[in-house]
Design a protein around this ligand. Structure first.
Ligand SMILES: [Zn+2]
Ligand SMILES: [Zn+2]
Length: 344
């Protein structure tokens, strides 16, 4: 999204100067509290210095978030819906049965037989982007990367013993490198936050490629509903990881916009898709949330049997975290660290 300047983007995201969010951040060098305007901090972090010691308030894009714990960025809805899913009678037994009878091995074999495994000799560009995302998040293990032919702009993660990320080729048509890095960071976030087991279960139930397509035939309704709901809420945690990996808000929002509207030649020839009106669209949705009918709609959308709707909702939650959550605290070096780096 390099066509929109910092100034244009700031004006689009925070049109009313009175409403520009402000945050108090502690300098990691001298401990002094600094009052910073969120737009400047988010869009031009390298220009933010501590008022007392003059050193950089934020880590540079190249500095890793050393030993960051996934709890540092886990969304509360992800945590609560996973707890609800795990508490459902029959779910732990189902997980055990599936993993011992089919497990991630079946998915890995499917990848090896029908996609292209990436490495130093095969799509090294893609592997380099994954490595950059892994470095940024200080993610300890190296998942296998597969490229799969598909017109859809999508990526999938599975596995706990030998985690894997599958990038659908359509994604590379739609996104630039920073945006792809954001997607790979999103997928690493799923693994980091230990979504691997339950996403593997969902994939196995769906027969591999259709994600949630056939899962309904296997599960009782409450179980199905709880699994869909958690799957969707887990996206909010992973979106945060994507932003922490690329540290470029316009790239993370650009990915979501392109997931919603595509970026095919037919679209590109006609008009340049702009982030500003799309963000306004998400803000309109956020305002609706304040009215009570939205709760019913939210519940319905959360359990819908589709793979990627609800994108404006993700935009809204990501912006909310940037403005009022701990995104900037993390980038200024203040975050929860993993107790055991190996088990991060
Ligand atoms: Zn300082
Ligand atoms: Zn995801």
């Amino acid at each position: 999204m390099k066509h929109e300047s910092h100034a244009e983007l700031a004006a689009a995201l925070w049109p009313d100067k009175k409403d520009v969010p402000v945050k108090l951040l502690t300098c990691r060098h001298c401990g002094r509290r600094n009052r910073v305007q969120v737009p400047k901090a988010v869009l031009e972090p390298s220009r933010c210095e501590c008022g007392a010691c003059g050193q950089a308030l934020f880590l540079t894009p190249e500095e890793p978030l050393t030993r960051i714990s996934s709890s540092a960025y886990e969304h509360s809805l992800d945590r609560s819906t996973l707890a609800a899913l795990k508490a459902l009678p029959g779910f732990p037994a189902l997980v055990r049965w599936l993993m011992s009878n089919l497990g991630e091995r079946s998915l890995r074999l499917e990848c090896l037989s029908s996609t292209v495994m990436c490495g130093e000799a095969q799509f090294p560009e893609l592997v380099k982007l994954l490595e950059e995302a892994r470095h940024g998040l200080d993610f300890p293990s190296q998942p296998t990367l597969f490229l799969s032919e598909s017109p859809h702009a999508n990526a999938v993660t599975f596995g706990t013993e030998e985690p894997a990320v599958i990038v659908y080729a359509g994604l590379l048509d739609h996104l630039d490198d920073t945006e792809v890095k954001s997607v790979l960071g999103h997928e690493l976030g799923h693994l980091h936050a230990e979504h691997g087991l339950y996403r593997t279960v969902a994939l196995v139930l769906a027969g591999g490629s259709g994600l949630l397509g056939t899962v309904g035939q296997w599960l009782s309704f409450p179980l199905q509903k709880a699994l869909y709901k958690w799957m969707r809420c887990s996206e909010l945690t992973a979106d945060r990881a994507g932003l922490l990996a690329c540290r470029d808000l316009s790239a993370s929002l650009g990915v979501l916009m392109k997931l919603a509207g595509g970026h095919r030649p037919g679209t590109r020839q006609r008009t340049k898709m702009k982030l500003a009106p799309f963000v306004q669209q998400a803000r309109t949705l956020a305002k609706q949330e304040e009215s009570s009918w939205f709760d019913g709609l939210l519940a319905m959308l959360l359990t819908m049997n589709q793979s990627h709707p609800f994108i404006a909702w993700r935009v809204m939650h990501l912006l909310e975290w940037v403005e009022h959550g701990n995104y900037l605290d993390i980038l200024s070096g203040h975050y929860e660290r993993a107790k055991n780096p190996v088990a991060a």
